[in-house]
Every structure is written in structure tokens, then in C-alpha cells.
Design a protein around this ligand. Structure first.
Ligand SMILES: Cc1cc2nc3c(=O)[nH]c(=O)nc-3n(C[C@H](O)[C@H](O)[C@H](O)COP(=O)(O)OP(=O)(O)OC[C@H]3O[C@@H](n4cnc5c(N)ncnc54)[C@H](O)[C@@H]3O)c2cc1C
Length: 470
């Protein structure tokens, strides 16, 4: 039991882990396997445990030769190049290299702890080479890790949001809960995610626009632990407005819509803002390479809303969405239903149609079928929106996770503002992902960062306590 005589402070745990997502579980399991007593404090109730990890599908891992779950090979050098391309070099290269090198161990490490993977994916995305997919998705993956953690003796407390980190000169003396309870441990590992569910904090980077953002994941990642750490001298990394943001269906719930709210219509549509105007090249590149810029693009539009418009032909060209599109037999009728000015929308669509080239488009390739004379032009797959019925998908920015967090070293130790490592504090997962992701995103690297640094944090905490690692 976690209390003696009803007093939580009577117990000095070896390791306290804050947050029961992927990073927290990897840390807790590693420390417990090494013989540490481990307590995990989780803000959510048991059925909501696992934060954003519940929504995931895969992780990105390097490998020299085909494995049971990944085809061909994916070298550290190639992974590194991919990361440099998306982050434009805004990354700590030492930590990035460490993460990519250690990613090679992950499918086996997770597999021997109950996580099962799908056979390598086939299809046009070419992810079967780079990304290992969890059988049953992130929730099943998470449940497997929880089961293993319990078998290792890890204790969990749910609905226990940590409110305050008690730090004295880089030493964590304890953590306080909202209800006043206090927990103490020799080593504390913060794995409490980013601050994406805190719209007021997002507003510091985005202004009032943030109030119109939808949050794709858990409502519990409010950044309370992060804020408390930064207020007590832990060094921050990353910019407050850097995050992974995609355009999702505007009818998605405020939180936790997950991947069900995705809309893949953009490349085969015209996207209008609330003034009925186009604002970006919808056909710039294949959707998997462009979906992650559209959250920011929509965030830059008036009232942070946009509308992807397709006709009957366009609708057949992408994966059907969970939210059914708004449908009408005429452009003017659709404008009325979407709340747009019918005359303006008709004029924009007519102008677009006139600028489209002759002949069919080919969505399998960058077909170069582009509009002429528009600003901006659509540079691939430009086909008239002319065959009724017409369909509209309202879009809003959907925030996946934030990048600003705590700075760490290669031992997952948090660094203080003067550059010293904190005495007994470690971090893993979203809360430190900004060390590697200064900007941009590479599909599957969120889980890789959490697993690699979760394991390092658990190992380092155990090592510092002279516990043996298996
Ligand atoms: C829709 C969606 C799809 C995604 N798909 C992928 C994917 O396929 N592959 C990939 O690599 N990444 C994906 N990601 C990103 C991925 O979810 C994260 O990178 C990863 O799950 C982060 O793990 P974590 O353990 O750091 O955080 P989380 O899994 O979010 O866990 C943080 C935990 O901390 C708890 N917590 C927060 N505050 C407190 C507090 N004060 N006290 C106690 N507990 C607290 C939360 O309740 C939560 O359980 C996706 C994200 C979303 C939203």
C-alpha cells in the first residue's frame, strides 16, 4: 500500500514517475526491473490513462536488415537526414543521434514486455520500412505495458494530479497534489506530457487564435508539472508556439478526438477561408508530406477556420472521413450551409475552374496539372469543382503536442538554468521532446523519443541508487 497510517509522506519511494503514458511506463518498468520501488502518479482516472499514447499507432525505428515487423533497412544516417530535413537543424544533435541509435532496440524491448506489433505495413505511404505499428493501436500497447509494470511491482495511483514540484537548489524534495497530499522519492522522473491542453498557455505563443484550437489528445496534459519545474529554475528548451498541428474536422470535440477527426480531402479540394478566398497551394505535395503544415496554415486564417470543398469526383479520391461532409447540389447552396457568402464562393470556384488545365489528373504521381494565373496556384491535381453534388469539410487547427519543455542531457537528467544537472530529477517524452524536435515533425518519432528517454531515465535513476539493471 502507498500509505502508512494514512500518511503518504511516511514512504520514501526509490522512484516516483509523474504521468502514465508511454514515457512514464518505459521509465517505471526499467527502474522496477532493476529492483527499485516505483510509484506512478497519474492525473487521469484508470479508463483515461495513457495520455496521448492512447491515440498512437506506430513508432519509428532504425534497423540494418529486415526484422519481423519492419521491411528492408533504415539506417541511423538516413533517419538523421530525415530528422534534419523536418527540423531544419533545430535539434540537439547529440541527443538526436542517441535517440535514433537506441531506437533499434525498441521493438524487441517492448515486444518482450507484452507489446505486439502488426506485420510490416504495405501500401503507398512506404511506412513499412520506417515505422513499426502497434497491434491494436496505442491503447493496447499501453495496456500491455501497464500489465507488465504491475507484474514488476510498480504501483499506480490514478486521479492524482501533481500540482507542485518542491525543488530546492535542483533537488526535488517532494511533490504536492492538488488535494494537499505530498509524495517523496529519492529520484523523480517527469513524464507528464506537454501543455497542449492548456489553451491559455498556448495563447502566450499564438495569441487569441489559440482559443479556437482543437486538441487532438488528452485533456490532462496541461503542463502543470512543466510550469512548476520552469518556475523553480529548470532550464527550458524550445519556443512556446512550436508544436505539431494538423488541420482536422472543425466538428471534432475540443479534446481527445484522436485520429478519427482527420480529413484527407485537401489535395483534391479547394480550401477557402471564411471570406471565401483560397490561401495556399492545396496540391503542393503528397498529403503525408504536407498534412502537418495545414494546422498552422488554418491557424493563420480569420477566426482560425477554413473549408475544403470537393465535388462528386473529388470525394472518391481520399479515405472517407468519420465526420460526413456537408453536401449540396449547388455551390451557392453549400456556401449557405457553411455560412460563407454564396456570391463570393461561386466567384472563387468559377475562377479556379477556369484556371484548371485540360484532361484528367493522376493522383498516384505529382502530376504537374496546375492552375494558371491564380494566386496562389494549385500545382498538382488541379481539377474543376464542377460535378454535383458538392461537399464541404470545415477545418480547424488540431494540436497534437507542444515542443517547449525542459532541457535534458544524454542521461535524461534535467538541467538547471546554470547548466548543472538537477540532483535527482529526470524527464522523458513530450515534456522534453523539444530537445530533439525544435520544429517540424517526423511521423512516429514522438513514441521513439518517449521510449528511448523513458528507458534512459529509469536506468539512470536505478544506477544512481546502485540498483542492478537486468
Ligand atoms: C491523435 C494523436 C496521434 C498520435 N500518433 C502518434 C503515432 O502514431 N506515433 C508517434 O510516435 N506519436 C504519435 N503521437 C504523439 C504521441 O502521442 C506522443 O509523442 C507520446 O504519446 C508522448 O508520450 P508521453 O508519455 O510523453 O505523454 P502522454 O502519453 O501524453 O502521457 C502523459 C501522461 O501524464 C499525465 N499527466 C499530465 N499532467 C499530469 C500531472 N500534473 N500529474 C500527473 N499526471 C499528469 C497525463 O494524464 C498522461 O497520462 C500522436 C498524438 C496524438 C494526439
Amino acid at each position: 500500500m502507498y500509505t502508512k497510517n494514512g500518511n503518504t509522506e511516511d514512504i520514501l519511494w526509490d522512484v516516483l514517475v509523474i504521468g502514465a503514458g508511454n514515457a512514464g511506463l518505459c521509465a517505471a518498468i526499467t527502474a522496477a526491473e532493476a529492483g527499485c520501488s516505483v510509484l506512478v502518479l497519474e492525473a487521469a482516472p484508470p479508463d483515461m490513462r495513457g495520455g496521448n499514447t492512447r491515440h498512437t499507432r506506430n513508432l519509428r525505428a532504425t534497423h540494418d536488415a529486415p526484422t519481423d515487423v519492419l521491411i528492408e533497412s533504415y539506417s541511423v544516417a538516413e533517419y538523421f537526414d530525415d530528422l534534419m530535413r523536418v527540423t531544419k537543424g533545430v535539434t540537439n544533435q547529440e541527443l538526436a543521434t542517441l535517440t535514433l541509435e537506441k531506437s533499434a532496440e525498441l521493438t524487441r524491448w517492448l515486444g518482450t514486455r507484452g507489446v505486439r506489433f502488426q506485420p510490416a505495413l504495405s501500401g503507398t505511404l512506404n511506412l513499412g520500412r520506417t515505422n513499426a505499428f502497434f497491434l491494436g493501436g496505442g491503447r493496447t500497447m499501453l495496456n500491455s505495458l501497464c500489465r507488465h509494470a504491475i507484474n514488476c511491482g510498480v504501483e499506480f495511483l490514478y486521479q492524482t494530479p501533481v500540482q507542485e514540484m518542491q525543488l530546492e537548489d535542483g533537488f526535488c524534495e517532494g511533490v504536492l497534489l492538488e488535494d494537499g497530499r505530498r509524495f517523496r522519492a529519492k529520484k523523480t522522473i517527469a513524464t507528464s506530457g506537454g501543455f497542449e491542453a492548456n489553451l491559455d498557455w498556448l495563447s502566450e505563443g499564438w495569441g487569441n487564435a489559440a482559443q479556437n484550437f482543437l486538441i487532438r489528445g488528452t485533456p490532462y496534459n496541461k503542463g502543470v508539472v512543466l510550469k512548476s519545474l520552469l518556475a523553480r529554475g529548470v532550464k527550458s528548451i524550445g519556443d512556446v508556439d512550436q508544436c505539431h498541428a494538423v488541420a482536422i474536422d472543425a466538428r471534432a470535440p475540443q479534446f481527445d478526438g484522436g485520429i478519427a477527426s482527420r480529413i484527407d480531402a485537401v489535395p483534391f479540394s479547394v480550401v477557402l477561408n471564411k471570406n471565401g478566398e483560397r490561401f495556399y497551394d492545396e496540391g503542393e505535395d503528397f498529403w503525408p508530406k504536407r498534412y502537418a503544415i495545414w494546422g498552422r496554415l488554418v491557424a493563420g486564417q480569420p477566426d482560425q477556420i477554413a473549408y475544403a470543398i470537393v465535388d462528386a469526383h473529388g470525394l472518391t479520391r481520399f479515405m472517407p472521413s468519420v465526420f460526413t461532409p456537408i453536401k449540396d447540389d449547388t455551390i451557392a447552396g453549400l456556401a449557405g450551409q457553411l455560412g460563407l457568402d454564396p456570391a463570393k464562393m461561386q466567384a472563387t470556384i468559377a475562377g479556379f475552374n477556369k484556371a484548371c488545365p485540360e484532361g484528367p489528373i493522376d493522383q498516384q504521381i505529382l502530376d504537374g496539372k496546375k492552375t494558371a494565373g491564380l494566386s496562389p496556384n494549385k500545382t498538382n491535381w488541379a481539377a474543376p469543382i464542377a460535378s454535383p453534388p458538392f461537399y464541404g469539410f470545415p477545418l480547424r487547427p488540431g494540436i497534437t503536442f507542444t515542443y517547449m519543455g525542459v532541457e535534458v542531457n544524454a542521461r535524461a537528467q534535467m538541467l538547471m538554468e546554470d547548466g548543472r544537472p538537477a540532483a535527482n530529477l529526470y524527464a522523458a517524452g513530450e515534456i522534453m521532446a523539444g530537445n530533439i524536435l525544435g520544429q517540424g515533425y517526423l511521423a512516429g518519432i514522438g513514441m521513439t523519443i518517449g521510449s528511448v528517454f523513458g528507458r534512459i531515465a529509469g536506468e539512470e535513476a536505478a544506477r544512481a541508487l546502485n540498483r542492478g539493471l537486468k
